[in-house]
Design a protein around this ligand. Structure first.
Ligand code: 6CM
Length: 253
């Protein structure tokens, strides 16, 4: 029977994959659906464009909770020559993380919940004069088929959770994150035969959203300054890394 299982399409060949539920399945499902809804909400009211570089646009909304800056962030980018699957794979997989993440001292997998969902514990680089931060979050990758003709949407969600293997150890401060990378592949001037699609025929529309609570007071101006500098830097470095890694590899649709 499949009564206690979730059925999720995780492949882009339309096959349904039956997966066992785990203790965080409902949480994962709820947050994924929230991101899918949120991604299409526009940024015309209340959002400031804080950085633009070619196709990359970074917006934020200034929000404070109990005097702590928790500004939501929304970034858009279009990257030539890579697919959404490739971007999400390099973002999600542990083995590549330290190649493109410049804001971490360490990362480790502390639990595998299912083949698409891991729990990570990360120690962030200390930014003087603030205390060092760490984070513990589940990270889930998914492929969503939109229609027969369209390329599927790929997404990764990183969402804070507590875990017995990652107790909070003062003076380190636990940050709280809810981050999503959502990618849509576009085929430009598609050749008649799909087998002939080359990297020059593909581009990817990326949306990256982040809600981060630094988990303790940090001077507002300093935190906003760090965010304004580091998110564009991350997007640039991460996307260039994926372009470089995939350049001479077969396209992963
Ligand atoms: O999404 C990114 N990386 C993922 C994999 O590591 C993961 C990380 C989420 C946490 C991002 C929070 C960084 C904010 C650190 C603030 C520390 C306080 C500083 C005090 C300053 C005075 O989803 C890319 C993350 C890119 C971050 C710029």
């Amino acid at each position: 029977t499949i009564t206690d299982a979730t059925i999720v399409s995780t492949s882009n060949d339309d096959s349904l994959v039956i997966k066992d539920k785990h203790r965080l399945s409902d949480d994962v499902e709820r947050i994924v659906q929230e991101h899918l809804k949120y991604v299409s909400e526009d940024v015309s009211h209340g959002w400031d464009l804080i950085h633009q570089d070619g196709e990359m646009k970074v917006y934020r909304r200034e929000v404070e909770e109990n005097g702590i800056v928790v500004d939501p962030l929304k970034c858009f980018h279009t990257i030539k020559g890579v697919t959404g699957h490739e971007l999400c794979q390099y973002f999600w997989e542990f083995q590549y993380r330290m190649d493109w993440e410049t804001t971490l001292d360490s990362t480790k997998i502390i639990e595998v919940l299912d083949p698409d969902t891991m729990v990570f514990f990360q120690v962030h680089k200390r930014v003087w004069p603030a205390a060092q931060r760490d984070s513990c979050f589940w990270s889930h990758i998914r492929c969503i088929s939109n229609s027969e003709e369209d390329q599927p949407t790929w997404l990764v969600v990183n969402y804070t959770t507590s875990h017995p293997l990652a107790p909070i150890k003062s003076p380190q401060v636990r940050l709280v994150a809810n981050v999503a990378l959502i990618c849509e592949t576009i085929i430009c001037e598609p050749p008649l035969n799909p087998q002939d699609i080359k990297r020059e025929n593909i581009q990817c529309k990326l949306t990256y959203v982040a809600f981060v609570n630094p988990g303790g007071w940090v001077p507002s101006a300093a935190l906003r300054g760090v965010a304004k500098r580091e998110y564009p830097r991350f997007l640039k470095r991460f996307t260039s890394y994926v372009i470089e890694q995939t350049r001479n590899k077969p396209i992963l649709f």
